[in-house]
Design a protein around this ligand. Structure first.
Ligand code: SF4
Ligand code: SF4
Length: 178
């Protein structure tokens, strides 16, 4: 995404997006954002991308909140901040207006998965595929468990999780092979 772009609200504002977002109790809270930037200043992801987080993340948390209100759907969904967010909830904890910043970001990600699958990062697809294929995201180190005198976990619950994820529709959501 370009770091600087002039927007024309008469064209770029998506009223349906605002209405849909504001139909959710969490997302509606973004209407009370007064742009104090406390969420952004306390965000560990933003901190990690200093000195130029805008260049790496496109929009910062406070800008996402304001853009939702303005109805800038494409700008928000294409923002790399959405996928960089670790859902730590620090922004929500710090916000003096009680805005559910992290939940709004969750909702935006869900929308992107539904409508803009091209935006799902490759790493996330690999993560989801590994869960579907193996029922876990990392190998269990048997020798470590033996050293710690822990029971063998091979196969424990893997198939149940795989089946659950399939039934929940994960393969269709991320359009994966499984
Ligand atoms: S902390 Fe809350 S009010 Fe301040 S910019 Fe962030 S979302 Fe808006
Ligand atoms: S939930 Fe996301 S946006 Fe909020 S502070 Fe954590 S990483 Fe930053």
């Amino acid at each position: 995404m370009e770091s600087e772009k002039t927007l024309d609200l008469s064209k770029d504002r998506n009223k349906e997006f605002v209405e849909n977002m504001f139909s959710s109790i969490q997302a509606k809270t973004s209407a009370y954002c007064f742009q104090c930037m406390t969420c952004t200043n306390g965000c560990p992801v933003v901190l990690n991308y200093q000195p130029n987080p805008r260049e790496e993340l496109d929009l910062l948390p406070h800008q996402i909140m304001y853009s939702v209100r303005l109805g800038l759907k494409d700008l928000v969904l294409e923002s790399r901040m959405l996928w960089a967010c670790t859902e730590c909830y620090m922004c929500t904890e710090y916000c003096p207006q009680g805005i559910q910043v992290c939940d709004v970001i969750y909702e935006l990600k869900n929308l992107a998965v539904k409508e803009r699958k091209d935006l799902i990062p490759r790493g996330l697809r690999i993560f989801a595929n590994t869960l579907l294929d193996q029922g876990r995201t990392a190998e269990i180190m048997d020798w470590e468990r033996e050293d710690l005198e822990l029971p063998d976990l091979s196969g424990a619950g893997d198939e149940v999780l795989q089946e659950l994820l399939r039934k929940l529709g994960l393969p269709e959501l991320i359009e994966t092979k499984s």
